[in-house]
Design a protein around this ligand. Structure first.
Ligand SMILES: CC/C=C\C/C=C\C/C=C\CC/C=C/CC(=O)SCCNC(=O)CCNC(=O)[C@H](O)C(C)(C)COP(=O)(O)OP(=O)(O)OC[C@H]1O[C@@H](n2cnc3c(N)ncnc32)[C@H](O)[C@@H]1OP(=O)(O)O
Length: 297
């Protein structure tokens, strides 16, 4: 199943990303600029994402750096998916740590401005980009660890949930959760599935119905995150954890598919790209998103 998803995700993405790459060669899209650092490290940075690859460990750190709150705009999501695809294609990269460069914020979730008074075409494109981000992260054959060093509501929480493991700063001021209902939105079924896979049915049910945002300690209690550590240890703990995970036989294990993360087998919700974009268009044309309505009033 994971292989299937991975291939279908790759198929779904390759056309779009290929187009974007061609586009970028003509200068229309932000280009990731490679540069070399000492100790077998390489880095590439776009305007919203920094990717640092350590070739000696096979671990890449993908740092979101889009002030003020790393909101998931169309540009952000596109750059994110391109960065992840590049790592996926790099046979030397075996693990990705996702973190934020911003103080106090991991990601504020979907960019509210992308959902205000936009055309159905833009909404469709935006929503497709949200799906692509999720497919790419959840279906990744690399080990993915979220180093959650700040608050992470809604789509930010989804990003973390799409990773294999979540380490959060033990700051009680930081919160995380799928709070969509508090905003008058229904979390799509694949948000729900991703949450259920992590915390189980009952916790997911309560979380979604009440739109709960959990403090870091409560997130640990419910299983929404796997580990709390002091804020200044989030990244180093993520690296140590990644090293442990990478020591588990995977690529060379008997009967395994190369680089397919076994933890994801049979857990993958089925997502149909066309169905979801279609629903986003109809929701949009119905002014279903409250921000859209209030902005037009
Ligand atoms: C029409 C739709 C088209 C297609 C979609 C189709 C279907 C969709 C169907 C369903 C979608 C359901 C899924 C939704 C998932 C989501 O992610 S919805 C977004 C939810 N996000 C939030 O609710 C986060 C809101 N923000 C916060 O809680 C806080 O800002 C945060 C804790 C992140 C940070 O707090 P703080 O440090 O105090 O900062 P400020 O609140 O002062 O914010 C600083 C500036 O950042 C701006 N900002 C905050 N969040 C967002 C955001 N999500 N998008 C864009 N901008 C954001 C905020 O306005 C401040 O800006 P300013 O300084 O005032 O200019």
């Amino acid at each position: 199943m994971a292989t299937l998803l991975k291939h279908s995700a790759k198929y779904a993405l390759s056309g779009r990303l290929a187009r974007l790459c061609v586009h970028s060669r003509h200068g229309g899209l932000q280009c990731l600029q490679p540069c070399l650092l000492p100790h077998q490290r390489s880095a590439s940075t776009g305007s919203k994402i920094l990717v640092e690859m350590d070739n000696s460990t096979g671990i890449a750190v993908l740092t979101m750096k889009s002030p003020p709150v790393n909101s998931l705009s169309l540009d952000f999501l596109t750059e994110f998916s391109i960065s992840l695809e590049k790592l996926e294609l790099d046979r030397g990269c075996r693990g990705v740590i996702l973190t934020s460069a911003l103080p106090k914020i991991f990601s504020a979730g979907l960019d509210i401005m992308e959902m205000c008074g936009k055309s159905p075409e833009h909404c469709g494109e935006f929503w497709k980009a949200v799906q692509e981000m999720w497919l790419r992260l959840y279906g990744s054959s690399m080990i993915t660890i979220a180093a959650i060093n700040g608050s992470s509501p809604a789509g930010g929480c989804l990003m973390a949930l799409a990773c294999d493991y979540r380490i959060m700063a033990e700051n009680p001021k930081y919160s995380i959760g799928l709070n969509e209902t508090q905003l008058g939105i229904v979390a799509p079924f694949w948000f729900k599935d991703t949450l259920v896979n992590t915390v189980g049915n009952r916790v997911a049910e309560l979380s979604l119905q009440l739109g709960l945002l959990y403090s870091a300690p409560d997130a640990l209690r419910t299983g929404l995150v796997d580990l709390l550590v002091p804020e200044d240890k989030v990244l180093s703990t993520a690296s140590q954890t990644m090293t442990q995970w990478l020591a588990i036989p995977g690529e060379n294990a008997i009967g395994s598919n190369p680089r397919v993360s076994s933890s994801k087998v049979d857990l993958t919700p089925k997502v149909h790209m066309v169905d979801l974009s279609h629903s986003s268009e109809s929701m949009c044309s119905l002014n279903w998103i409250p921000w859209t309505c209030s902005n037009r009033a």
